[in-house]
Design a protein around this ligand. Structure first.
Ligand SMILES: Cc1cc2nc3c(=O)[nH]c(=O)nc-3n(C[C@H](O)[C@H](O)[C@H](O)COP(=O)(O)OP(=O)(O)OC[C@H]3O[C@@H](n4cnc5c(N)ncnc54)[C@H](O)[C@@H]3O)c2cc1C
Length: 469
């Protein structure tokens, strides 16, 4: 689709009936409203349309379509590629569309488009229920679910998108449609991992599971010199044990916290995060090896804690507004050589908020048939997730180089597949690597059906077959 940016100085007006706030350059609150998680992103929309409901979303979509303006769709604003905002176009800002309605009998939740995972967990945990959701409280339900959604509980309950029962969607031509197994099932298939390519989702219906309010989990920390041996022992334990053990490795700089010995603070360490997806009693038993055989650790913060506390465990390491560069690659396995490379690259970490993570995946994720959803690369048993996050722009080149060098070093151990929700904007070939070739072709067919003019292009874009590049 040919989009023309708004002429600077010409105000873009939404329909008079638009209920939400409209923010334009110069308005109080405009700069706060255009800021996203990644401080590298500095976009200046012509108007930020803070939608209050479905009708406002239809107006924002209609204005972009009629004027041929770029249209960005924003939920939590966590996308590191900064796709939630745009220059000289319209941002459909969904953050005002709050509301989580839990049906404890059916074990479902209906969730409006602006909800974050912290808000979701607060409501569902009242009933001791969960669904696989973001591992940081500020992440939006929207981008997370539509891009797949890897949660701590995913090895048992699948990806977030696997638990999406239905969605209400505003399409490019301004219709409101339901996507479910019974209605527009092809659209539901695409929303389960195909990103924001097919319309604006205004509400989601999720399947829920019993978990919490108390679970067993937390963090242990090991000196970096022991990291290779500890990571091998962790891998062997993970692969021999139950999939209820939700866990990740992380190389990071030890924080200046009272629980970290002073001589270790600021130096690289290996952390192991773990939660048992089951009762706290079962978890205490299942995670005991992290206190004994695998170590013992230098710092042990494993305990009975609220599920919501574990869901917030990485929040202190995820400050909004820092400069960020991330990657997400599926690993074919974790042979000793991959562990050595991971630790060697990880210990070059050079910022207090940077981390090199390896998540255990597989289990219920891999049991969903590959063609059942757009989400791809399900068979991979691990995901490697380097995160560079820094505050001084003078460090940008060095920080980005760390991630890119790590890519090259870890390449032999990847499946070649990427997880697009963790990735920067690297162009079409990269988006293709998010899917199998068959699925990419099917997604293009879906795009031709639901958005042939590529109105929804500010995302990890699947271009329709008629698109000019
Ligand atoms: C600190 C941090 C922690 C993270 N943790 C995890 C994790 O544990 N697991 C994981 O899988 N990912 C994780 N992510 C990645 C996350 O899934 C993506 O960044 C995702 O895009 C965030 O969704 P959002 O709604 O916050 O993003 P936004 O930036 O608001 O949206 C991203 C894109 O999603 C689309 N979108 C959002 N809402 C809608 C909608 N209603 N309709 C149509 N399209 C929509 C749009 O294309 C938009 O550009 C994390 C990211 C960060 C920064």
């Amino acid at each position: 689709m040919e989009t023309s940016a708004a002429t600077p100085g010409t105000p873009i007006e939404l329909d008079a009936a638009f209920q939400g706030e409209q923010l334009r350059p110069g308005d109080a609150g405009y700069d706060d409203a255009r800021a996203v998680y990644n401080g590298m992103v500095d976009k200046r929309p012509a108007v930020i349309a803070r939608c209050s409901g479905v009708a406002d979303v239809i107006d924002a979509v209609g204005l972009a379509r009629e004027k041929g303006l770029p249209l960005a769709v924003r939920c939590g604003g966590h996308n590191v590629a900064g796709k939630a905002v745009c220059d000289d176009g319209i941002v459909a800002d969904l953050r005002g569309m709050k509301g989580v309605h839990v049906d404890p009998q059916r074990r479902t939740a209906r969730v409006n488009a602006g909800v974050t995972w912290g808000e979701f967990d607060r409501e569902t945990q009242l009933f001791g229920l969960t669904t696989p959701g973001g591992r940081m409280t500020g992440t939006g339900v929207g981008g997370f679910t539509l891009g797949g959604g890897y949660a701590w509980s995913s090895t048992v309950h699948g990806l977030a998108c696997d638990n999406l029962i239905s969605a209400e969607v505003v399409t490019a031509d301004g219709r409101v449609v339901t996507a479910s197994e019974d209605e527009n099932a092809d659209l539901l298939w695409g929303l389960r991992g195909g990103g924001g390519n097919f319309g604006v989702v205004t509400s989601y219906e999720f399947r829920l599971y019993e978990l919490g309010p108390m679970i067993y989990g937390g963090l242990v920390v090991h000196p970096i010199d022991a990291a290779k041996d500890v990571a091998r022992a962790w891998r062997d334990w993970v692969e021999a044990g139950p999939e209820e053990v939700a866990t990740a490795l992380g190389v990071l700089l030890a924080p200046p916290e009272p629980f970290v010995p002073p001589e270790v603070q600021g130096t690289p360490v290996l952390g192991i995060l773990a939660m048992y997806v089951g009762t706290a009693d079962e978890g205490e038993e299942a995670l005991r090896p992290l206190k004994t055989e695998i170590g013992p650790p230098a710092v042990d913060l494993l305990d009975r804690i609220p599920y919501t506390a574990f869901q917030a465990i990485v929040d202190p390491f995820s400050p909004t507004g820092w400069l960020n560069y991330h990657g997400g690659k599926h690993l074919a396995g974790l042979p000793d050589a991959a562990i050595d490379t991971y630790v060697d690259q990880g210990r070059k970490v050079a910022s207090p908020m940077s981390q090199a993570l390896i998540f255990r995946t597989g289990g219920a994720i891999a049991r969903v048939p590959d063609d059942a959803t757009a989400a791809s690369h399900r068979a991979a048993p691990y995901m490697w997730h380097p995160i560079a996050a820094w505050s001084d722009p003078a460090e940008s080149a060095e920080q980005i180089a760390w991630v890119r060098e790590s890519y090259a070093a870890m390449e032999p151990y990847t499946t070649g597949g990427v997880y697009l929700n963790f990735e920067q904007d690297e162009g079409e070939a990269h988006v293709r690597a998010g899917f199998t070739p068959e699925k990419y072709a099917r997604l293009v067919e879906l795009k031709d059906k639901y958005d042939p003019s590529n109105l929804f292009r500010l995302n990890q874009n699947i271009a329709p077959s008629g698109a000019t590049r």
